[in-house]
Design a protein around this ligand. Structure first.
Ligand code: TGC
Ligand code: FAD
Length: 396
């Protein structure tokens, strides 16, 4: 396939700073040279490309919108653009970066002690230490407030019991940010308040078996986290937050990145569909010359352009400190939704060839099914917007 040249129908490029353009171009070229040539093979084998982690670290993409502790301190727009380019390669690569930066480094940066920041962040920024984020449980996905994983205070340590499921990076992680209910002395689960705990690989009673059999995000590691009387030192609690706003503020950052990332997957599908339509001949003409095919391509261009404007404005508001969570929900649900539809239409334009891994479209389509569900399902974001519009929560 021809080298990717970007899709910038509304001259969004001109709205970017030199630094943002530089990051975008760096990541775009890296994805073209280092991800695209190997990603299909990794998906076939169900293997995360671990060898790319130090390179991602060297580019400064891990925790890139955080200040200090070896992090690049770039704008949120730059972070979004990086997510867009990474996900043009594969959602699994963007997932790795989202989890490391937004879900693991961010809570340590925002809610950790100074000692925790110094201990973990510099090595996480280089990719030497890998993190994961444990919120979802087997019986509590959309409703994490119901979680049953608990921590009890036992003198100089906390003891954790419970299980997390669907955890990206789980089995390759050196540390996990685990959200659990801290039970007060003599109390029950119902008295527990949610806190974040740092659990390290090798802590007694902790294991992270990998989940197998996925048809989606095959080049990403997804795991369970199991805590059986898992004992961790007292200084591993995140001291700066309690309650659901802890994990939800991490999700704000990761959902923001997904709003950009999904556009990368959509662009990969659009690019492949356009090229295929121009080269595939039926009824004596390139299929790109048929009005119905042009209608599909025009719809893709229209939706990607609208999604880019949404993501950029969201990023500018995030950088200005004025963004609020419902705005993130709108962008996450819209951009993932259109990306998934674009992937399906691109598959259609490729005809039977669309199901082959010679083309990226089916891989993106399958990946986007997970992206539609994780970080708040499409309908949970609908309900978050519904609550903002009406003031009435309709979750229960
Ligand atoms: P609710 O009553 O709405 O709020 C409880 C407390 O949290 C605060 N809060 C927020 N704070 C910051 N940012 C937000 N976005 C916040 N949303 C809520 C809220 O102010 C309140 O604080 P306080 O101090 O008053 O206690 O809570 P609820 O239980 O009714 O929540 C409703 C709902 C459904 C919206 C929420 O549970 C939800 O978002 N569910 C979806 C769960 C989810 O997104 N899970 C994601 C797991 S991680 C993941 O998928 C990673 S994939 C990564 C990858 O591979 O890329
Ligand atoms: P459920 O909550 O059971 O939802 C099932 C269906 O019911 C959905 O359609 C949903 O929209 C609908 N539904 C639920 N409640 C309502 C309601 N009130 N009203 C209307 N409809 C409703 N989690 C982590 O903590 N860390 C991770 O790193 C992580 N990585 C993931 C990686 C992958 C590949 C996947 C697939 C998931 C990952 N997750 C992770 C979990 C993810 O966040 C959850 O899958 C997601 O929050 C949905 O939970 P669930 O799968 O239990 O679905």
């Amino acid at each position: 396939m021809a080298r990717y040249e970007g899709l910038d129908f509304y001259a969004i490029d001109k709205q970017l700073t030199d630094e943002e353009r530089m990051v975008r171009d760096l990541v775009r070229n890296w994805v073209e040279d280092r991800v695209i040539p190997i990603i299909e093979q990794h998906c076939r084998e169900g293997r995360f490309p671990m060898h790319l982690v130090p390179e991602i670290g060297e580019m400064g993409l891990l925790g890139m919108n955080l200040e200090g502790y070896g992090c690049a301190g770039m704008s949120n727009v730059a972070y979004g653009l990086a997510c867009q380019e990474l996900e043009r390669g594969d959602s699994g690569i963007r997932s790795f970066v989202s989890v490391q930066g937004s879900l693991c480094m961010h809570p340590i940066h925002a809610f950790g002690s100074e000692e925790q920041r110094r201990r973990y962040l510099p090595e996480m920024a280089t990719g030497k230490l890998i993190g994961c984020f444990g919120l979802t449980e087997p019986d509590y996905g959309s409703n994490p407030g119901g979680m049953v994983t608990k921590a009890v205070d036992d003198g100089d340590s906390y003891v954790l019991n419970g299980a997390k499921m669907w955890i990206t990076n789980g089995s390759i992680a050196d540390l996990a940010i685990v959200w659990a209910k801290l039970i007060p002395p003599g109390g029950t689960l119902a008295d527990g308040r949610i806190h974040g705990f740092i659990v390290e690989k090798g802590d007694p009673g902790f294991s992270a078996p990998e989940m197998h059999g996925k048809h989606s995000l095959k080049a990403s590691v997804t795991s369970e986290l199991v805590f059986e009387d898992c004992r961790i030192p007292k200084d591993r609690i995140l001291p700066g937050v309690s309650g659901l706003k802890g994990p939800f503020s991490c999700l704000n950052n990761a959902r923001y990145g997904i709003a950009w990332g999904a556009l990368g997957a959509a662009q990969a599908c659009y690019w492949s569909a356009r090229e295929y339509a121009l080269s595939r001949t039926q009824f004596g003409k390139p299929i790109a010359s048929f009005q119905l095919v042009q209608n599909k391509l025009a719809w893709m261009l229209r939706e990607i352009t609208k999604g880019q404007l949404l993501a950029l404005q969201l990023g500018r508001m995030k950088d200005a400190g004025t963004m609020f969570p419902e705005q993130i929900s709108l962008a996450k649900m819209n951009n993932v939704d259109i990306a998934l539809q674009i992937a399906r239409i691109a598959r259609d334009i490729h005809g039977a060839n669309g199901i082959l891994d010679e083309y990226p479209v089916m891989r993106h389509m399958a990946n986007l099914e997970s992206v539609y569900t994780y970080e708040g399902t499409h309908d949970i974001h609908n309900l978050i917007l519904g609550r903002w519009i009406t003031g009435i929560p309709a979750f229960e």
